[in-house]
Design a protein around this ligand. Sequence first.
Ligand code: IFM
Length: 459
Amino acid sequence: MTAIEEETAVPEAFPAGFVWGTATAAYQIEGAVDADGRGPSIWDTFCRMPGAVERGESGEFACDHYHRWREDVDLMADLGVGAYRFSVAWPRVLPEGGGAVNQRGLDFYRRLVDELRERGIEPFVTLYHWDLPQALEDRGGWRVRDTAERFADYAETVHDAIGDRVSRWITLNEPYCSAIVGYGEGRHAPGAREGDGALAAVHHLLLGHGLAVARLRALARPDQRIGITLNMSPTVPASSSPADADAARRMDLLVNRQFTEPLLGGRYPADLADVFGRISGFAFQRDGDLALIGAPLDFLGVNYYYRLHVAAAPYDQPDPALRSAFDLGTRTVTPPGARTSGLGWVVEPEGLHQTLTGLVRRYPELPPVYITENGYGDDGALEDTGRIDYLRDHLAAIRQAMTDGVDIRGYFCWSLIDNFEWARGYAARFGLVHVDYDTQARTPKASFRWLREFVRSRG
Ligand code: IFM
């Protein structure tokens, strides 16, 4: 028994019907970027920019899931999970972003979905996990309204192809990362550092979600459920000073409330203009947009990894070329003595409980929640006790939130297999299964066996 096991309550059994799954995303696992008519995405382009990704790595080969997907479905079956969350690559389906449909791209996902269903594994399909077709970026990307319209068309195309066999749909994964990290901080594709551009991207991503929801609702089968996935990180002031409290409020606005308020409350937060007003005139918003964005969801997907401890701080990036457009006068800190993951991320399962119970307090009409991602990053050890401790403690926090009244329907561990961790490349590993990138051999880690036993005995 590890020290943490002694300290932490083992989670109670979960109710019957609770969904257990694992999650992945297209660009992180598929590889095969030129196969069967796939077009380029912004991540193919970004990975070629010098210094953008550690060691110059890219998703070109990744886990070669495009060819090895049957083996990966076997792993899920062996794990004993009843659901799999994956994303469809927009550039496989519409290589130019719109216009001609690439049937071979759609066929890949149809085969995958059929195999999953055959094995009793429910597909949860994410339509957008960051891989915008480059052709759309060339026309302005998420800065422009047209991309939201193209997203709704794409959603309908995918639905036409597999809507008869998929009932769980997630429009977007983590629009914060697409918009703020991609267009404001430049750490993700397309690598832009713009103020207006990033805030316009927030709005157009949310609008794309709203338009796609309306489109899918018009087509949906009665058992179809549609949601969106947000990354949520509660913010904690680094000290008791009023300045740190206000810094934590600004960070909460940027990361969390900027998304939850329009989606769940039908409005942007009142303090948005105060904090961002100097950056943007918000001219991109039109009448009727918020009604679309705030239309009822069937579920909310929550991705949780860590809390943010925030201090007020002068901006400290000396190189003007590397400055983010978002100088909120904040700095995130690691509290002294904090438990951290193999990647140095603060591990605080209570932050997940805080997120879930806080959502219900703020939005009494909150739809059912799925934890669509939660996981532990390290350097890939097979005896990954840190990951086991992390999963057990976060499952305990979820179980407690359920006891405290939050309607949580399922848990998806990030990730089934080690994969391309965006700007960190392949060094950061989140898989329950180790991938040897030279041979593509898959080797289940200790956490895989632990989760299998947990799902079997308490799931
Ligand atoms: O790998 C990512 C994933 O694509 C989105 N959520 C966080 C994960 C770990 O960083």
